[in-house]
Design a protein around this ligand. Structure first.
Ligand SMILES: C[S@@+](CC[C@H](N)C(=O)[O-])C[C@H]1O[C@@H](n2cnc3c(N)ncnc32)[C@H](O)[C@@H]1O
Ligand code: SF4
Ligand code: SF4
Length: 394
């Protein structure tokens, strides 16, 4: 599974800014993490020093609205039916209490994890509640149930529609059971609704997971996206869980792989960059499942490393509690022994746009440092866009 829509880019100019260099990075950090910048700096320093705690409270949290989904994406634990956790929906009152608890120190809420967020009927109210509490809120969706008016009402900051292809035939190979026409109808309705609310801060992105069945469509995707009226197109390197899936789904073009090609030839699936007793993500972020159970990161969809339950224990206690500190200790001393790290994409933490980008942008969710220039050559000149740099730091 991929990490949620990722990467902070603190070098990127704030809209309308004439600042440069270090001053620009500081300005971007302050504006994107208004409450949590101190904790981001402190906890990142602790991570680099390999100290498991005590930490300042996390600047990012992910909350799972539900782990139920209408689709059957084959690499997703929810979609392929291998999810080991019980299914359910996040409770509205418990969510609100949790937001009250974390709002003083959290800058960013990622409102999704292992299911379709908009299957929770309280999704829009939840998002609005978090927004009113001063959090930046982003989500990721299969697009089937997105209601344009409610999204604008919710004051959501960022939404990413994830599609699997440019035609129904290619789309549904991975997005099994999805109707592309319906998804695009909802996307277009949202673009139109946003036009009626020019003061809306909503950033609209579309993500395209590159796989063998759709890699030939990437240029068409970029061209189409550039004319759509969205803010960003994300070209996403795919995740698989084993070599068999790799043979079936990984693109022929290895530039879309975050896996080690030589190892793959020998029948071993491992990332190009195997984390070596390092991970800044879990020093700054926490994942909360729909039932309140807390796991270290999105690589633990089945809840193998539960650190506590926020509906029973304050997050403050869990964050610096023994299970969390022991887990971080294992990460810096024996990461090779931590099952979930073996296939970690290591993409980093979210890039935020405190303000909507001025121009349409293309970004990659990839371990490859290079932008996606190699695709630009194949896109007609009329497609106008600029690249958002790929970044990996917290
Ligand atoms: C589990 S989904 C939950 C949110 C929502 N249901 C969706 O699909 O967008 C979280 C993220 O995983 C991504 N994802 C699913 N399968 C993937 C794969 N095989 N490779 C890379 N990303 C994947 C989705 O596109 C989405 O961005
Ligand atoms: S739409 Fe999202 S949650 Fe649903 S099966 Fe696909 S990846 Fe999983
Ligand atoms: S899987 Fe391991 S390396 Fe990846 S984010 Fe989680 S703890 Fe960090």
């Amino acid at each position: 599974m991929t990490r949620p829509s990722d990467t902070i880019d603190e070098s990127r100019p704030v809209q309308g800014s004439t600042l440069s260099g270090k001053a620009r990075r500081v300005a971007a950090l302050l504006s994107s993490r208004p409450k949590g910048w101190k904790s981001l700096l402190y906890n990142t320093a602790m991570a680099k020093a390999r100290r498991p705690g005590p930490l300042m409270l996390p600047v990012h949290i992910s909350i799972e609205p539900t782990n139920v989904c209408n689709l059957r994406c084959p690499v997703c634990e929810t979609g392929n039916g291998s999810m080991e956790r019980g299914k359910g929906l996040l409770d509205k009152a418990k969510f609100e209490k949790l937001i009250d608890q974390v709002a003083p120190h959290t800058s960013v809420l990622m409102y999704y994890f292992m299911g379709e967020p908009f299957l929770n009927k309280h999704a829009y109210e939840n998002i609005r509640y978090a927004r009113e509490a001063g959090l930046y809120v982003e989500t990721c969706t299969n697009g089937d149930f997105v209601d344009a008016k409610n999204i604008i009402y919710s004051d959501l900051n960022e939404i990413s529609f994830q599609i699997g292809g440019m035609t129904q035939e290619t789309h549904e190979i991975y997005r099994v059971r999805s109707n592309l026409e319906k998804v695009l109808r909802n996307l277009t309705a949202l673009i139109e609704e946003r036009k009626k609310h020019p003061d809306s801060a909503l950033q609209i992105n579309v993500g395209f997971i590159v796989m063998s069945h759709n890699e030939h469509e990437v240029p068409e995707f970029l061209h189409w996206a550039s004319e759509l009226g969205i803010d960003q197109a994300n070209v996403i390197d795919p995740c698989v869980r084993n070599v068999l899936e790799g043979h079936a789904m990984l693109p022929k073009d290895k530039r879309y792989w975050f896996y080690d090609e030589e190892a793959f030839e020998r029948g071993v699936l491992r990332p190009k960059h195997v984390p070596d007793n390092e991970c800044t993500w879990i020093w700054n972020s926490i994942m909360i499942n729909w039932d309140g159970s807390v796991v270290p990161c999105c690589r633990d969809p089945n809840g193998h490393h539960v650190l506590g339950n926020v509906f029973e224990t304050p997050l403050k206690k869990i964050w610096n509690g023994k299970p969390a500190r022991d887990f971080r200790k294992r990460i810096v001393t024996n990461q090779g022994g931590v099952d979930i790290c073996a296939l970690c994409s290591g993409y980093g933490v979210p890039r935020l746009e405190p303000k909507r980008p001025i121009k349409f942008q293309v970004s990659r969710l990839s371990l490859d440092e290079a932008p996606i220039d190699f695709v630009f050559d194949e896109v007609e000149e009329s497609a106008q866009f600029e690249t958002a740099p790929t970044s990996t730091a917290p």
